[in-house]
Design a protein around this ligand. Structure first.
Ligand code: ATP
Ligand code: MG
Length: 425
């Protein structure tokens, strides 16, 4: 049981230093928000934010190194050694003009006003050593109940900023909490507003949900209508009979963006997967890997060393172990859902994987960069720079992929000389 009165939070040395400096100069200062929530939950906070009644200019006077990160919104970044801390003046957010940005912010001298603008009760607590925990909205009670609940009227809060709807579900996934009924009802009602939010912000919440301990919570996004609006392919997979397997796959997948997105989009197919990740403006690496995994899953690599080396060249050296993990997850998850043994579907990829390991161990050449000759060597043999050299190198690579032993400078040079002589005839 957490007793608010006696709650003691161990503040990092830097945070203590910032709070002490502000207090010694006559200001109020607290650590606030996510760091307090995480400390109470014994999770290690990502960052420590500080809230104070000092104005930005006053904060800047007290610290040697500061950056004007969000000075318009009252935030000064204080740099200590290599770490940075956001120190924000107590703030009342003005009207939100478009469900995204407050039109204006007003500084306040009252901590409670600052806590009131925060999204959820568990994120609206502040702490310093002098006053202990300041919990005006029942944050501790909600932590005890495992509850995500808006500060104030959920509908008003989601109308101010639609991203909060996704944040509610994301925190539910990360912390294993439930979303309070009224908060959830408001999300259902206002789900279409999510269209106002930029894809970068949507993606940031989605990936935090997928990388959490309960990625299957992603289902809530669909159930309340949020993903219908912006990611129709994901919504349709999670409304189909495949849902149970997809949620199981998500749970069993390694905690990486590639593996979690591949699990989510497996039944959507490679083209829809690509389109979805492009819509989300995901980086090229993740987008391409996910598409490739889903596409290649259905195309067996032939069980012989030449084909495995060729696949390592065509698909990337690291691809086979990822494909193996992906396939293992698919069949393990199917087995768990349907209670039908699926081991036989893995025999082929496991054999390919063993070959792959031997190839790596031996160091067989599978790419141009490991070839025993390069373009310069060919020029020295009298070839002209240009397309022909590329073609010749690829031909040599194909030779070496078929017979690794031929990856020898003398052997390959002799081969090129032979070919050049043939051409002259
Ligand atoms: P995490 O760092 O794990 O994403 P967090 O709660 O620390 O979680 P931040 O985005 O770092 O989230 O924000 C810090 C604090 O700022 C929150 O705890 C909350 O008090 C407040 N906050 C952040 N985003 C919003 C928002 N969209 N609406 C209202 N308050 C917010
Ligand atoms: Mg944070």
């Amino acid at each position: 049981m957490i007793k608010p009165g006696r709650l003691k939070i161990e503040l990092p040395k830097d945070v203590k230093h910032i709070l002490d400096t502000l207090t010694e100069n006559g200001y109020e200062a607290y650590a606030v928000g996510g760091c307090i929530r995480d400390s109470i939950l014994k999770r290690s906070p990502d960052d420590w934010d500080i809230t104070t009644n000092a104005l930005p200019e006053q904060v800047k006077e007290l610290f040697k190194r500061t950056v004007d990160t969000g000075i318009k919104h009252g935030t000064v970044t204080v740099m200590l050694d290599k770490k940075s801390y956001e120190v924000t003046t107590y703030r009342i957010d003005g009207e939100y003009e478009d469900g995204r940005h407050p039109k204006s912010v007003e500084f306040s001298s009252d901590l409670v006003e600052d806590l009131k603008r925060r999204d959820f009760t568990i994120n609206a607590m502040a702490y310093n050593e002098k006053d202990g925990l300041r919990d005006e909205f029942g944050g501790i009670g909600d932590i005890r109940k495992g509850m995500i609940r808006c500060v104030g009227s959920p509908e008003e809060r989601f109308n101010e900023d639609a991203l909060r709807m996704m944040r509610a579900i994301r925190f539910s996934a990360q912390l294993g909490f439930s979303v309070h009924r009224e908060t959830m009802d408001a999300i259902r009602k206002l789900a279409p507003n999510i269209k106002k939010i930029s894809m970068e912000r949507v993606q940031a919440e989605l990936i935090k949900t997928l990388l959490s301990d309960k990625p299957e919570t992603v289902e809530l996004f669909v159930e309340c209508g949020i993903l219908d609006q912006i990611l129709p392919h994901v919504a349709s997979v999670l409304k189909s009979p495949k849902k149970t397997i997809v949620l199981k796959m998500l749970h069993n997948a390694e905690k990486t963006p590639v593996m979690r997105y591949a699990a989510l989009l497996y039944y959507a197919g490679p083209d829809a997967a690509r389109e979805t990740l492009r819509t989300l403006k995901l980086d090229n690496y993740t987008t391409e890997m996910v598409e490739k995994l889903i596409r290649q899953e259905a195309i067996p690599i032939k069980v012989n060393e030449i084909d495995v080396r060729q696949a390592m060249h065509d698909l990337g050296v690291d691809f086979i172990p990822m494909l193996r993990d992906f396939k293992r997850n698919i069949y393990k998850s199917k087995e768990e859902v349907m209670f039908i043994p699926m081991g036989k579907y893995l025999v082929q990829i496991e054999t390919v994987y063993k070959m792959y390991q031997q190839i790596v161990e031996r160091g067989d050449c599978v790419s141009l960069k490991d070839l025993a000759v390069n373009g310069k060597d060919l020029i020295e043999l009298g070839m002209k720079p240009g397309e022909e050299i590329g073609n010749m190198l690829n031909l040599l690579l194909r030779v070496v992929i078929e017979k690794p032993i031929e990856n020898d400078r003398q052997v390959l040079l002799a081969l090129v000389e032979g070919k050049l002589a043939d051409e002259k005839k």
